[in-house]
Design a protein around this ligand. Structure first.
Ligand code: G6P
Length: 615
């Protein structure tokens, strides 16, 4: 989603703002903009560009602007196209007030209509621009007081995190948050503002996470926070250990490729980290052994690839802990009927820990006083802060928009957690937990071996061949069905190929009508002999209609391998429940190679963003 970054202090701001935007560019890359108050004249200066941040960086290099306070933005468009005019910052009529915003102002049309009637001039199609105009009445005042800002924010509906900078107040930034994340890093006579702490990691470890529905008046050496009624709130300063590892592709052509290759190590790191925390994990999870024993259901809530991890983990919990599981898309969960259940453990899975729908679902569950835990890759995220407890994967920063190592570490953590959970419930023995740990590590090696084994043939033969098809069907059964869903999502995201995933048993209820010689059908096999036989029948049904089969199978599944035009195999010596984890590296690599062959911008697919902080 959009990123906002701001600075006020004794240094020129552009270096920090551009660095902060670059660190968070995964959130949106449709356009970028920067505004500052000139250090001498205090005149508001700005520069904007459509496209990626690099376009803006080049522009500002040629026509430099800088000052001691400034704001920056990268955009993921919601209202208005990706043009330079729609890039943030947005202004009031006289271009002396500027605003950068992440979120959606839901009532902007009504506000804009009234403003146009009053004679205001608009320069963009965005919802954001109304915010700048709302600040006009205070720009000529002697001071900005909390009541004035409260009166402005009370007029705005929706979700928003924004920073306002006024030419007439060169010592002040106004920072507002409702739902969308925003934090303030407190330096020495300087303040850093950003959508995520990573933007200022290394500059300060003192951070204020702006409370929901509050705003801050920020000078270089002071922060005052108020609720939307204008009442002053006390300030909680957190100490963050967040660090920023410079993202570097190394010898790889794309971040996605690097991240596919990191999987073996980060899976092992995740298991090591969970293992080493075993004795204090209950405290971190925020519940007791008795609560685990009393847990009757698990409810997973997630979006995108994290939802696929939850769909796979459903099989873990039902098979290992013998506990019923429900899995919900966060965006649907919030609007469905909710039947709160006190002996249900609600698990929110979110790589970023910032996804708006997942966060709002968590808030809904929390409001009923139920047990919640977050599984995320970012220990400082909003979802971790608001959940009752948390588990963290050790994938390290994932830069490519399409999730790879975050997904596989989620699977590893969930497979480990179900054994921990079942052991605490006395459903399995300690040896089973230790065996599970060894199995995950073994499968991490299988994942990498499968990659190594097939890499060359994919690069030299298959990628070129399969890159020509513009549609595909993905089939799986039982635990391989959500794997098929994840594979189909990857092909859509990075290769722009229309892909449909189906439970293989449903083939004859409709999708079989699509099968012909122009339709690759990807089949994801299963270790279980009965399920394998059923999949084999489905493969025969496809073959009989002239369909092209690409199979992801186990090394001993000769019948399926023979039916397929192309078969990729992995070692048969793994537990059935870990099949998706063992196969995923190979699947990701194959799709990556097809996308590369099709000339797609793999790390930053069009229209997408890594962290979706609007609903
Ligand atoms: C976006 C990303 C996906 C991700 C999804 C959920 O759509 O592009 O890769 O799976 O958000 O993100 P989360 O951070 O909540 O796991």
């Amino acid at each position: 989603m959009c990123t906002v970054v701001g600075y006020i202090g004794n240094s020129f701001c552009s270096t920090f703002i551009f660095e902060g935007l670059a660190r968070l560019e995964y959130r949106g890359y449709d356009s970028a903009g920067f505004a500052c108050l000139d250090a001498n004249s205090h005149k508001l200066l700005y520069s904007k560009s459509s496209g990626q941040l690099i376009n803006l960086t080049e522009r500002v290099k040629k026509e430099p602007i800088d000052g001691f306070l400034g704001i920056g933005h990268t955009r993921w468009s919601t209202h208005g196209d990706t043009s330079q005019e729609n890039a943030h910052p947005h202004f009031d009529c006289s271009k002396t007030i500027s605003v950068v915003h992440n979120g959606i102002i839901e009532n902007y049309l009504k506000l804009k209509e009234d403003m146009l009637y009053e004679g205001h001039t608009f320069f963009s199609d965005t919802d954001t621009e109304v915010i700048s105009h709302l600040f006009e009445p205070i720009k000529e005042k002697e001071n900005v007081n909390a009541g004035d800002v409260a009166a402005i924010v009370q007029q705005l509906d929706g979700a928003y995190a924004f920073i306002a900078m006024l030419q007439t107040f060169p010592d002040l930034l106004i920072v507002v948050r409702k739902k969308s994340p925003l934090c303030i890093g407190m330096g020495d006579n300087e303040m850093f503002i950003a959508s995520d702490v990573i933007a200022f990691a290394g500059k300060t470890n003192k951070v204020i996470f702006l409370p929901d529905e509050s705003f801050a008046l920020v000078t270089k050496n002071n922060v005052k926070i108020y609720d939307f009624a204008g009442n002053e709130l006390s300030i909680v300063v957190h100490h963050t250990a967040a660090t920023f590892e410079t993202a570097d592709k190394g010898e790889h052509t794309h971040f996605m490729l690097k991240e596919i290759y990191e999987q073996k190590n980060v899976i092992i790191k995740t298991v090591d980290s969970l293992q080493s925390k075993k004795t204090m994990l209950l405290e971190q999870l925020g519940f007791s052994t008795d609560q685990i024993k009393n847990t009757e259901n698990i409810c997973f809530v997630a979006c995108g690839t994290s939802w696929h991890a939850a769909r796979i983990a459903q099989f873990f919990f039902e098979a290992v802990a013998h506990i019923p599981v429900s899995v919900h898309l966060a965006s649907e969960f919030r609007y469905n009927s909710f039947f709160p259940h006190k002996n249900t453990l609600y698990v929110i899975i979110s790589q970023s820990g910032e996804t708006a729908d997942a966060l709002e679902a968590l808030r809904l569950i929390n409001a009923h006083g139920l047990s919640t835990i977050a599984l995320t890759n970012v220990a400082t995220s909003t979802i971790v802060r608001e959940a009752g407890g948390f588990l963290v994967t050790c994938a390290g920063p994932e830069v490519a928009v399409a999730s790879t190592k975050a997904f596989s570490t989620q699977l590893a953590a969930l497979y480990w957690f179900v054994h921990y959970f079942a052991y605490a419930k006395n459903a399995i023995m300690q040896e089973n937990l230790l065996q599970a740990e060894m199995d995950i590590i073994h499968v991490a090696h299988v994942l990498e071996n499968a990659l190594e084994q097939h890499k060359d043939i994919i690069d030299h033969i298959h990628a070129m061949h399969y890159a020509h098809y513009d549609k595909a069907l993905f089939l799986g059964r039982h635990i391989s069905y959500p794997l098929a869903m994840e594979a189909a999502l990857k092909l859509k995201e990075i290769a722009y190929v229309f892909a449909e995933s189906y439970a293989a048993g449903e083939l004859k209820h409709g999708p079989l009508a699509l099968v012909d010689k122009n339709m690759p059908v990807y089949i994801f096999s299963h270790r279980d002999p009965i399920i394998y036989q059923k999949l084999l029948s489905n493969a025969n049904e496809v073959k009989a209609r002239g369909g092209i089969i690409i199979a992801f199978a186990y090394a001993d599944q000769n019948e399926l391998i023979e039916l397929a035009e192309t078969a990729f195999t992995i070692s048969a010596e793994i537990p059935a429940l870990l099949g998706p984890l063992a196969m995923i590296g190979l699947v990701q690599y194959f799709i990556y190679a097809v996308a590369k062959e099709r000339g797609c911008p793999i790390d930053k697919p069009r229209n997408l963003a890594k962290s979706v902080t609007v609903e």
